[in-house]
Design a binder for this molecule. Structure first.
Ligand code: PMP
Ligand code: GLN
Length: 382
């Protein structure tokens, strides 16, 4: 008998981040594609992990995560956004934000439920919605500045809408939400059984005086939101795959029912290390400036290139418009840049469902200055 598998995700292939990083490696191109820093995390953090490993903290962490880490996260959220999450019952440490997103979406979305997804959208939301039998309802972000169109969002809400996914600072566009968006969202969900997932992994990376507005700032939204973040972005440790989810107890109880069978618990010594490292506020409070310098450095180096440089208010991604000098579609253009020019980038079309004709690519500027300089030199030749 020939065995047959019925795919839950028949239309999903390999992620664009894997494809482009692999191409960068094969063609020895400077890799500005997949989002990760090319510099190391602080030595003290590595020493802390090592310390806890040597001390024997090498067995399973509690299912919810190490309590000292949950307490530090709770303190940080309260200090920055003024809302209290009980570390005993309302915070879970996850294996990266990816797992937190998977778990939160899975515990809310049932067959036939509709989920509002703003486009362009980070690649992990839609497959999880679909694997749970849900239906993504795409709402395009405004064309000029990638802000949320609340009139269109309201029109897209139906009796089946169960969840709205917000991502700010936004990957791939670098847009950020403001207090007005919080007010609009509050009005939108009033009297409705709609939940919210807020993907805030770039929470500490905002520029030019823009402040990160966490959904946890709103009592109305907090009640029905899963706030998700990642230590990978904040501590230059994307490979350690650790993040967290904060949500009110009612939601967190459901989240943990699934979490315990997805991963049970996350890496133990790393959790102890982060718990201590979180006490040094300057690292995350200075992160915006750290990355703003990189953005400004890179932008200054390509100022005279043919690219139109889009606005970037947060994240470590910069969008570049090449419409005035190439007719190639974005995937072909990204391939050309990687193979022929020597700089790997990310096309934007994989962040959209429908055929996408804009000529925009994304570059990651979380790189050392000399790398940004070399990449800029190659891009300037175009
Ligand atoms: N959400 C967004 C918007 C991201 O850009 C990323 C990845 N970089 C993630 C979630 C996943 O984070 P993690 O690496 O902690 O799984
Ligand atoms: N979030 C990263 C990016 O946007 C990639 C993470 C991944 O490869 N899954 O580039």
């Amino acid at each position: 008998m020939k065995i047959k598998i019925t795919s839950k995700l028949p239309n999903v292939g390999t992620s664009i981040f894997t494809v482009m990083s692999k191409m960068a490696y094969e063609y020895d191109a400077i890799n500005l594609s997949q989002g990760f820093p090319d510099f190391n995390c602080p030595d003290e953090l590595i020493e802390l992990v090592h310390y806890y490993q040597k001390k024997g903290f090498n067995q399973y962490a509690p299912m919810q995560g190490v309590l000292s880490l949950r307490s530090e996260i709770s303190k940080k959220i309260e200090k920055l956004h003024g809302s209290f999450y009980n570390p005993e019952t309302e915070i879970t440490i996850t294996a990266g934000a990816t797992q937190a997103l998977f778990t939160a979406i899975s515990c809310i979305v049932n067959k036939g439920d509709e989920v509002i997804v703003f486009e362009p959208a980070y690649d992990s939301y839609v497959p999880v919605i679909q694997a749970n039998g849900g239906k993504p309802v795409f709402v395009p972000l405004n064309k000029d500045d990638y802000s949320i169109d609340w009139v269109l969002t309201k029109k897209s809400i139906t009796a089946k809408t169960k969840l709205i996914i917000i991502n700010s600072p936004h990957n791939p566009t670098g847009s950020v939400i403001g207090l007005n968006d919080i007010r609009e969202l509050e009005k939108l969900i009033k009297g409705k059984n709609i939940f919210i997932i807020s993907d805030e992994v770039y929470e500490h990376i905002t520029f030019d005086g823009y402040e990160h507005i966490s959904l946890s700032r709103s009592d109305i939204l907090t009640n029905r939101s899963f706030i998700i973040s990642s230590f990978g972005k904040t501590y230059h440790t994307t490979g350690w795959k650790m993040g967290y989810c904060a949500a009110p107890e009612l939601l967190m109880r459901e989240f943990q029912k699934l979490h315990q069978f997805v991963v049970f618990s996350a890496n133990t010594p790393t959790q102890y290390a982060y718990a201590e490292f979180l006490k040094i506020e300057s690292h995350y409070l200075d992160l915006g400036n750290f990355y703003m310098q990189k953005r400004d450095y890179f932008v200054s180096k390509i100022q005279k290139s043919k690219f139109k440089i889009k606005s970037c208010k947060g994240t470590y991604f910069q969008l570049l418009d090449y419409s005035n000098f190439s007719k190639l579609n974005d995937k072909k253009f990204a391939e050309y840049l990687t193979k022929e020019v020597g700089v790997a980038v990310i096309p934007l079309s994989p962040f959209y469902r429908k055929p996408y004709n804009e000529k925009i690519i994304r570059v990651c500027f979380a790189k050392r200055e000399e790398i940004l300089k070399s990449a800029a030199k190659l891009l300037n030749k175009l």
